[in-house]
Design a protein around this ligand. Sequence first.
Ligand code: AR6
Length: 172
Amino acid sequence: MALIELVRGDITALPADAIVNAANHTLLGGGGVDGAIHRAGGPTILAECRRLRSTTLPDGLPTGAAVATTAGLLPARWVIHTAGPIWAKTLDQADLLASCYVESLRVADELGARRVTCPAVSAGVYGWPMEDAARIAIETVAASSTAVDVVTFVLFNAHAIDAFRSALSRLG
Ligand code: AR6
């Protein structure tokens, strides 16, 4: 089981082996953390995403799935792109959000990443309420049998930190 850490800040500034990106099914960039990662990482990340789209992922990245690229200029070896679900009050959407973390950690294990940073997937543009997004993220990572040593959630504001802190404290 990985140690879970919470840090407030910009995920593009924190060194890691792999940085999880809250991307979308096109894999071709966007706003929020996705935009920040592509801006800070430079064009090699998008070039690899385009290559994936023209080879293994012609229909895009399915919601709940994850795939790795180079991290370009970021202080990491890889970016693991995952496509979160748009918020909906249904169990299957919640399962898809959990799947983002399961699949990201599975890819991290395949790569041999030991320190992984994650944003609050789906809790921005995709509208997932922060408390629920935090609960799903924390419970899923805590239940994982990953070989990753440390999963650091890098959170943008005080509300996100509070939500993740209470989810972590409820684990017991
Ligand atoms: N570091 C850490 N967290 C951040 C950063 C950053 N640099 N920037 C934003 N956040 P979002 P989503 C937080 O919208 O909801 C994109 O356009 C943000 O405050 O980035 O999964 C993609 O291309 C929020 O708490 O991702 C997709 O189309 C969290 O990261 C869509 O948005 C996630 O917000 C995905 O939406």
